[in-house]
Design a protein around this ligand. Structure first.
Ligand SMILES: *Cc1c(COP(=O)(O)O)cnc(C)c1O
Length: 391
């Protein structure tokens, strides 16, 4: 009999629960044991084997959320990314990566790959033809990020998966910015989907975790390295992440609505010269985003007119915090020039289109009118000739 497919919020709430057989409690009990019996058991359990009861259950939820067979969870997004990459690359292989990448992934590649004998190329643009140009006879993996950080460029998932299949390559995506609520790359034929679960999956800026979703076969291969590399996460964090995921659908859909609202408000504000958000008709890849995303996400970026001091603006915000990370229920802003892209030279940043005054905005779940009021009061203070010193 074919199983009826269940919807997003039902997956979020129920898939991957640990049943409380003993007390019949409503939620998953937490098993913190780091030592389990080894005789007369089906599975030898150990936290670093990624197979405690809470880990196993949560992996089922991750797989269901990305509409695939299997998942694995890690102590950080970078642990998930590193382990997944290394599972498909060996000395002598080559990988093509998107030009604009999360800073940590970029550092991993340029600081570590050479010593493992792994060759790499970065693309010029972010579409399939840019990747095809870089493919060599020893290329094994194509690595993308869409929407990208911080300019929210959109890469064609279908075209990338066809390109990968044509050249017999493994396609991998960092799906953190979209979250599984807004984008399921496996449905478009992408092979391996990775998340920093620190972001939308966690959603409350209080846990560090990573996740990978793919076929049984690929996850088995990644697990082979994972148990040797280490990088599993504490069961307490697993339990918190399961709890966070119950509300992910609700949170992210609210963030989609707020981000669209804020993007439209900013686009209509004379203090703002540019807004980058895939939900805006003015976004060059708006149609593509519409075709492959279920929602446009909670992240946007914007530039202020030169009459407004972008740094001072961020300091004057009262409700919206300046913060390094993203995707919490609270709204935050940061300056990519000072954080994620500070290691690039001014020319490299300019080449990637990252202006010094660019502000990245992670839109939370607050009432949009309160966010707008905060922006209005800060803009008033930082219009040139009108800058108020803060003590
Ligand atoms: C934060 C982030 C990562 C790294 O995740 P950690 O949990 O910090 O290790 C990777 N990719 C993207 C897009 C991110 O935003």
């Amino acid at each position: 009999m074919q199983q009826r497919k269940i919807g997003l919020n039902t997956i979020c709430t129920h898939v991957g629960e640990v049943k409380d057989e003993q007390f019949k409690g409503a939620i998953s009990p937490l098993y913190m044991s780091s030592s389990y019996a080894f005789e007369d058991v089906d599975v030898k359990r150990y936290p670093r084997y990624f197979n405690t009861p809470n880990q196993e259950a949560l992996c089922k939820k991750i797989a269901a959320l990305e509409n695939t067979e299997a998942g694995l969870i890690f102590g950080s997004g970078m642990a998930a990314i590193t382990t997944s990459l290394m599972a498909f690359l060996r000395a002598g292989d080559h990988i093509v990566l998107q030009q604009v990448l999360y800073g940590g992934t970029y550092n991993l590649v340029v600081e570590e790959f050479e010593k493992f004998g792994i060759e790499y190329s970065f693309t010029e643009g972010w579409q399939a033809e840019d990747f095809e140009k870089e493919i060599r006879s020893n290329t094994k993996v194509i690595y993308i990020e869409t929407p990208s950080n911080p300019l929210l460029t959109i890469t064609d998932l279908d075209a990338i998966s066809k390109l990968a299949k044509k050249h017999n390559l493994v396609s991998m995506i960092d799906n953190t910015f979209a979250s599984p609520v807004n984008q399921n790359p496996i449905d478009f034929g992408i092979d391996v989907v990775m998340h920093s679960a620190t972001k939308y999956m966690g959603g409350h800026s209080d846990i560090l975790a990573g996740a990978v979703a793919s076929s049984e076969e690929n996850i088995h291969r990644i697990f082979g390295l994972a148990k040797n590399f280490g990088g599993s996460l504490s069961d307490y964090t697993v339990w918190l992440l399961e709890r966070s995921l119950k509300t992910m659908g609700l949170r992210v859909k609210a963030q989609n609505i707020n981000a669209q609202h804020m993007a439209e408000y900013l686009e209509g504000n004379e203090a703002v010269t540019k807004v980058y958000y895939p939900g805006l008709k003015s976004h060059p890849e708006h149609e593509l985003a519409k075709a492959q995303m279920k929602g446009f996400g909670g992240m946007l970026s914007f530039e202020l007119h030169e009459d407004y001091d972008a740094n001072q603006f961020q300091k004057e915000l009262q409700l919206i915090k300046s913060s390094m990370s993203l995707a919490g229920v609270e709204s935050t802003v940061l300056s990519p020039t000072k954080t994620s892209h500070s290691l690039l030279s001014a020319e490299e940043r300019a080449k990637q289109g990252i202006a010094d005054g660019l502000i990245r905005f992670s839109v939370g779940i607050e009432e949009p009118e309160d966010l707008i009021a905060d922006i209005e009061q800060a803009l008033k203070k930082v219009r040139s000739g009108n800058i108020v010193a803060t003590s």
